[in-house]
Design a protein around this ligand. Structure first.
Ligand SMILES: *Cc1c(COP(=O)(O)O)cnc(C)c1O
Ligand code: SF4
Length: 324
């Protein structure tokens, strides 16, 4: 008998709707939106979406709808002006002491509000020769103490390629920390294999894993196990979320998220205001409302469970705390 092939992803929106017993009309599905940014969702994430609920907070993060195609003033293709900070293909140096290394354009899941959804990913940046070149630049700059692996999602790389990068970074004396920005442990927990954990364990640098979870419903026994494994090998676990209308724009949802994070040894790190990327305007709430929700959250949570509400302003020396 042939081996049953396991399918990790759904790449057709209508296939997902069928599974969830929803119609394209109910979801205001848009082919045009779908064509502008590829639909991709891991089955592990799908398993946490409620059947028959068009307003499910997980479904909203990934489903291409008509509102995406509306042109909105102030929403841009490169809202963070990254093209300007990319001094080298695949290397971003915006903040002191930290270098962000783009190692792959590919993600486990494609989020509709992603500020890189129109990013002109330059294939050249991901060739091994370019990554190696960027690592050499990091090697020459002793002011850098932390390397941030980002993309895309660095865990999209094969174990072999990932290990190669870790080995190279390990050999740089002035580096102290390795940070990995990833959604994999949550959306495709099987990626955190024994072999992968072994690669992390072999790394001499302090490892900080910054997850991206927007709603408590994303955390379930399958990914709790993967998170626990990362915790057991002494990774520091942080989470960043984006404040998104229809996903987590209510104080109860944000409170439940912080509770779920701490239960799993994850410290809430950032709550980002939405970057104004074209196609994501329907996720935005006013600054005033965002601030009100945040004040309500502050009144409910211990300080260490309160993420920092931040906005990214091109040209600033750090992410900017948001006040009104
Ligand atoms: C967000 C970001 C960082 C990390 O900032 P922290 O405040 O240290 O989390 C580093 N480099 C770039 C380009 C970034 O966008
Ligand atoms: S995982 Fe991150 S980089 Fe990838 S699509 Fe989602 S928000 Fe964008």
């Amino acid at each position: 008998m042939p081996l049953k092939k396991t399918k990790n992803y759904i790449t057709q929106p209508l296939e997902l709707l069928k599974k969830l017993q929803l119609t394209p009309e109910q979801m205001l599905f848009s082919e045009e939106a779908n064509n502008s940014f590829q639909f991709k969702v891991p089955t592990a994430f799908v398993s946490k979406i409620e059947i028959g609920n068009p307003n499910d907070p997980l479904l909203r993060q990934i489903f291409p709808i008509q509102q995406e195609t509306i042109q909105t003033p102030d929403y841009h293709i490169d809202p963070l002006d990254e093209a300007n900070y990319c001094t080298q293909s695949g290397l971003l140096q915006k903040y002191y002491g930290r270098a962000l290394l783009l190692v792959t354009p590919s993600c486990a899941i494609n989020c509709r509000y992603c500020f890189r959804r129109h990013y002109p990913y330059d294939e050249k940046g991901y060739l091994w020769s370019q990554i190696e070149h960027n690592i050499q630049l990091i090697e020459k700059d002793t002011s850098i103490s932390e390397v941030i692996l980002s993309g895309g999602d660095p865990l999209s790389l094969s174990d072999r390629r990932f290990a190669q990068i870790i080995d190279r970074l390990n050999s740089i004396a002035h580096l102290k920390r390795l940070r990995i920005h990833t959604r994999f442990p949550i959306v495709e927990p099987q990626r955190i294999s024994t072999d992968f954990l072994q690669i992390l364990t072999s790394c001499q640098l302090r490892i900080i894993i910054v997850l991206h979870i927007n709603h408590a419903q994303e955390i379930a026994p399958d990914n709790q196990k993967s998170i626990a494994k990362l915790h057991q090998i002494h990774c520091i676990l942080l989470n960043q979320s984006v404040l998104l209308k229809g996903v987590n724009n209510h104080v109860d949802q944000l409170e439940a998220l912080s509770e779920a994070l701490i239960d799993n040894h994850i410290i809430p790190y950032y709550l980002h205001l939405l970057d104004k990327v074209q196609g994501a305007a329907h996720f935005s709430i006013s600054d005033k409302l965002a601030y009100q929700i945040y004040q309500q959250l502050r009144a409910k949570l211990p300080g260490y469970m309160l993420p920092k509400l931040v906005k990214e302003i091109p040209g600033e020396v750090s992410k900017t705390p948001f006040f009104l």
